[in-house]
Design a protein around this ligand. Structure first.
Ligand SMILES: *Cc1c(COP(=O)(O)O)cnc(C)c1O
Length: 364
């Protein structure tokens, strides 16, 4: 593609939010990245523009048939001032896998990583630097054709927005309570479960609300056909420490292939721990717990990094995991991953990429 990214200066910059009140995805920075696609021109006109509403035709594909894909990654401010991204190429690779499934034209992965770097460089003052804080990066693509016929859009818009976010846990990691959903399903093999696309979330909201009403934090999804096998949790992949091994559901087409999941598996193997990616029935899991073999449960995802699970309910059965506390391995994984992401720990696996502000300078 090799196009140059233009910069359109904002008249006024926003007041930054209090570092203590960031939460997740509530505040947005001064600028966003935008790029368009048409059949004639392909992806074109990449630009960094003031953050704000976009105008779309009410007949746009996205509104009626949900043709969309998104990604989520973070920029971290290291103690020495460097700005680090964590495996951004993995997110772009996945974005293209999602695009392929949703019939959206492929992006130039390297170019979009470059766009992310430029935007983050422009917005570097928005990167919070307290423990657990970061600048969340949300690239997404929407179909923008004004046509109600059901077919893939011929026009698309790729946007990247940024949001300073707080620590998912506040000061300490507190284990979450999980409800094993046995009625609703998130995805089935052959569908779009492996793609990061909005429809999966729309389909999950009902069950999420139900679990909250019952006093739980998140839903654990079972497979869509037999309602027997464990898939994933809300917006996280799931891991179980069974005696000295770690088990996680194998990627089967309906599970989202998390970058954090991939990184956790690599770290565990690096530490000499046996990891088994396999089909895990919920019945077997609860049996393991009965026999005191289930030592830890944790979810993995960009937002929380590692989220310990303290409590699981399935039909009439309940499990309290690790006495409702954060297990040792969960804590070690959290400390190591966040250590690498923020440049505190040696990045032995070569996962971080620095954003060099000077190099990424954009011109008006
Ligand atoms: C994004 C996401 C995850 C986690 O993926 P990461 O790349 O680790 O952030 C897991 N499940 C679902 C459904 C997701 O959308």
């Amino acid at each position: 593609m090799g196009q140059s990214i233009t910069f359109h200066k904002a008249d006024q910059l926003k007041k930054k939010p209090d570092a203590g009140q960031l939460g997740f995805g509530k505040y947005f920075t001064d600028y966003m990245f935008e790029m368009d696609y048409t059949l004639e021109k392909g992806w074109h006109d990449p630009k960094i523009v003031p953050y704000g509403p976009i105008s779309l035709d009410p007949a746009a594909t996205i509104f009626h048939y949900g043709q969309e894909v998104f990604e989520g990654l973070k920029a971290y401010r290291a103690e020495d001032g460097r700005i680090l991204l964590f495996r951004p190429n993995k997110n772009m690779e996945r974005m293209n896998q999602s695009c392929a499934r949703l019939n959206i034209p492929k992006i130039d992965e390297k170019f979009v990583v470059k766009a992310i770097k430029k935007l983050v460089a422009v917005e570097q003052d928005w990167i919070p630097n307290q423990p657990g804080q970061s600048l969340y990066i949300r690239p997404f693509i929407i179909g923008t054709d004004a046509a109600l016929g059901v077919h893939p859009s011929s026009m698309y818009k790729l946007l990247i927005i940024l949001s300073p976010v707080g620590s998912y846990f506040g000061n300490s990691m507190s284990p979450v309570k999980i409800y094993v959903e046995d009625e609703y399903v998130r995805a089935v093999k052959g569908g779009v479960g492996f793609a990061k696309t909005s429809g999966n979330y729309a389909a999950s909201l009902k069950a999420q609300t139900k679990s909250e009403e019952l006093g739980f934090d998140q839903v654990l999804w079972l497979d869509g056909v037999e309602h027997k096998y464990i898939e994933e949790v809300g917006s996280m992949n799931i891991f179980f420490k069974i005696d000295d091994e770690v088990w996680t559901p194998a990627l089967n087409g309906s599970i989202l292939p998390g970058v954090t999941r991939n990184s956790v598996i690599a770290l565990l193997k690096h530490w000499g721990i046996t990891v088994k990616e396999k089909r895990i029935s919920v019945k077997k899991l609860f049996k393991k717990a009965e026999k005191q073999q289930l030592k830890e449960v944790f979810g993995t995802g960009t937002a929380a990094v590692i989220s310990p699970v303290g409590f699981l309910k399935w039909e009439d059965h309940v499990i309290k995991v690790a006495n409702g506390e954060t297990g040792k391995l969960s804590k070690k994984l959290y400390d190591t991953l966040t250590g690498i992401q923020t440049g505190k720990q040696k990045d032995e696996l070569g996962w971080t990429e620095e954003v060099k502000v000077e190099k990424e300078k954009v011109t008006e």
